[in-house]
Design a protein around this ligand. Structure first.
Ligand SMILES: Cc1cc2nc3c(=O)[nH]c(=O)nc-3n(C[C@H](O)[C@H](O)[C@H](O)COP(=O)(O)O)c2cc1C
Length: 313
């Protein structure tokens, strides 16, 4: 069986478009929209999905994932070589980034009219093998997914200060629902919790400079600049690599929804990078769960539709 390895960006192999050992898919339901299905359509869709995943956000813009295309299956691996040990020793933020890429690829395939099976933890013997997406059959795309797909090239990290009016309850509800649909929770911080978090974060390890792409977390200066911001924590009830992967899927779903709703997003990871600060944040939110990532939400300065669409990185 021929296997095609896909790497993001510069490390992506030039021969990544070669044919794979794809099998035709049968058992199309009688009421489905019928398209010609064959090896080429399968390979084309899976390669396109891996390309769409390159738009996903990632810690320090490292894109710490790689894809393997085998038959009608795209398998996602953590690329440990791209983990920054100073900020992400246990790889949780890298796996979270992989989850965002997985969600991008999944909704791209669904929007293209594929019913698929997603499996997480596909090989217990290989902790770097995170998930797989297997194409099953053609299926009508869900029109409800259209805004998410449209947001993929428009989504970006917004580091400018948030000084205007806060986001509306309806905007927050939409983002929260998108996160919940991916089996992760969002805890919106009360004003006194924001102050406590600033105190915790100001004692955290300073953010690593070098890539120039990171703010320094949720320290007092940051919060003073962000009077119109809403701060919310992605969290869950367990704290295993599979939870971090789900949290990344939820991050992607919430962020794409936010983009469609005119809400800007800035992840602030400094408060969850170190074990001690993460535990302090956990206590601060009343131990409702394990914190994965802090998000700053604000009104986007301009409607996203006016932004210049990007190419995959
Ligand atoms: C898990 C994770 C943690 C992140 N932490 C921060 C952060 O602390 N500060 C920051 O400015 N950006 C942070 N980012 C945003 C990335 O730097 C950003 O996604 C990357 O530079 C690509 O830019 P884009 O989101 O505009 O496509 C984080 C992203 C992810 C996925």
């Amino acid at each position: 069986m021929q296997v095609v390895q896909l790497k993001p960006r510069s490390t992506r192999r030039p021969d990544a478009t070669g044919p794979a050992d794809a099998q035709p898919v049968d058992a199309v339901p009688a009421d489905a929209t019928i398209h010609p299905i064959g090896a080429q359509a399968v390979v084309h869709s899976l390669l396109a999905a891996a390309g769409t995943a390159e738009f996903a956000p990632s810690i320090l813009d490292t894109q710490p994932w790689r894809w393997q295309l085998t038959g009608n299956t795209l398998t996602l691996y953590l690329d440990r070589g791209r983990i920054d040990d100073d900020v992400d020793a246990d790889g949780r933020l890298a796996i979270l980034s992989c989850g965002a890429a997985l969600h991008h690829a999944r909704i791209a395939l669904e929007a293209e009219g594929w019913r698929l099976t997603m499996n997480r933890k596909t090989d217990p013997a290989d902790p770097d093998q995170l998930a797989s997406l297997r194409l099953e059959e053609r299926s009508p795309a869900d029109p409800a997914d259209a805004p998410l797909i449209g947001s993929i090239p428009l989504r970006r990290t917004d580091r400018s200060p948030v000084t205007g009016a806060p986001i509306t309850a309806a905007q927050l509800k939409a983002v929260t629902a998108a996160v919940r649909a991916e089996e992760t929770s969002l805890h919106v911080l009360y004003p006194d919790e924001v102050v406590d978090l600033a105190r915790v974060a100001s004692g955290a390890r300073p953010a690593v400079s070098g890539s120039g792409d990171r703010s320094t977390g949720a320290g007092p200066a940051r919060l003073a600049d962000d009077r119109g911001a809403t701060f919310a924590l992605l969290y869950g009830h367990t704290d295993e690599p599979e939870d971090w992967l789900r949290a990344g899927e939820a991050l992607s779903a919430g962020w794409l929804t936010a983009t469609a709703e005119g809400v800007s997003v800035l992840p602030l990871s400094a408060a969850v990078e170190g074990t001690a600060t993460r535990q302090a944040v956990q206590i601060m939110i009343g131990c409702v769960g394990y914190p994965y990532l802090l998000l700053r939400l604000g009104r986007a300065p301009a409607p996203p539709a006016r932004a210049v669409p990007r190419s995959p990185r």
